[in-house]
Design a protein around this ligand. Structure first.
Ligand code: LMR
Length: 302
């Protein structure tokens, strides 16, 4: 039985991230190779022509899973009946989206924007409002993979605590990597290499700025790919024994201030995320945060 198409809204669709993200969704990277999709592409009026061009390219790519494209500058029209929204417009979504619409906020400052979104869309359940820290999570995995010279798919269970980008805490204390001699803790594999407690943390935190310096533009393809990973794992589920990082509404777990949007380690099943409980030692983190200094303050600010 063919599945019903899922309607996915991408805002800023003529922009850099939108342009990278739309074909990934249409190719099945976000929801898998069996799931047809209808893309709702929204951008501002001055970019209407450019949006038309994106639509034409999507048609020309003849994606088998792409059952329709609505390209519009009308926010209300764009939000009608959507099941998943990437980037997001709060009040229009609240009025027009499907009741269980899942929201991923990508635009920076993503944590703050997700919290603002929640304020402007009070009828959307808070568990449906998330922000992207998967880009940081993926960076954290790939930097370890480069350092240890192992495939990135063999590294797992880093954690991004807190914010996206420069005020996050990338935690490799529980990460593992699988090598020829089996699955081992990353800490054990890096042995006494001080990299893990210094350069590594900074390289993940500063990567966005480094890319801006090199490209003269923000990251786009890696952000789009991370957005696909985030929604994919949220909807389809995380692999057994694996967690991912998502910015979600804090319930006070691990002593984090409640009612903010904060990146935690989560597992997902049947379209619901839950914070991994009781596994991590916050004492160690607290000390490291104090060393880094800025985290707590920036979280309260954002
Ligand atoms: C990134 O982490 O690549 C971006 O969020 C950086 C930015 O400020 O746009």
């Amino acid at each position: 039985m063919p599945k019903d198409a899922v309607r996915i809204l991408v805002t800023g669709a003529a922009g850099q991230i939108g342009y990278a993200l739309a074909p990934m969704i249409a190719r099945g990277i976000m929801l898998g190779p069996e799931q047809p999709v209808i893309l709702h592409l929204l951008d501002i009026q001055p970019l209407a022509e450019s949006l038309k061009g994106v639509r034409m390219e999507l048609i020309d790519a003849a994606f088998p899973l792409l059952q329709g494209i609505l390209a519009t500058t009308d926010v209300n029209e764009a939000c009608k009946g959507v099941n998943i929204a990437v980037m997001a417009q709060a009040s229009a979504l609240e009025q027009h989206a499907a009741p269980d619409c899942k929201i991923l906020v990508v635009a920076n400052p993503a944590n703050t924007n997700a919290l603002i979104f929640k304020e402007f869309a009070p009828s959307i359940p808070v568990k449906n409002i998330t922000c992207l820290t998967r880009l940081d999570h993926n960076r954290a995995l790939s930097h370890i993979s480069e350092r240890l010279n192992v495939d990135v798919r063999d590294v797992k269970n880093v954690i991004i605590w807190g914010n996206h980008s420069s005020t996050q805490y990338p935690d490799a204390n529980y990460a593992t990597a699988t090598t020829d001699s089996g699955e081992k803790s990353v800490r054990e594999l890096v042995a006494d290499d001080p990299w893990i407690d210094s350069e590594y943390i900074n390289s993940v935190r500063e990567r966005g700025a480094e890319i801006i310096k090199a490209r003269k533009l923000s990251s786009a393809l890696s952000a789009a790919s991370a957005a696909c990973d985030h929604v994919h794992d949220w909807i389809i589920g995380t692999a057994k024994g694996t967690w991912v990082s998502m910015g979600v509404y804090s319930d006070g777990s691990y002593g984090i201030q409640p009612d903010i949007i904060y990146s935690f380690p989560v597992t997902c099943q049947r379209g619901e995320w839950s914070i991994v409980q009781g596994k991590f030692c916050m004492h160690q983190l607290t000390q490291e945060w104090l060393d880094f200094g800025k985290i707590g303050r920036s979280l309260r600010r954002s």
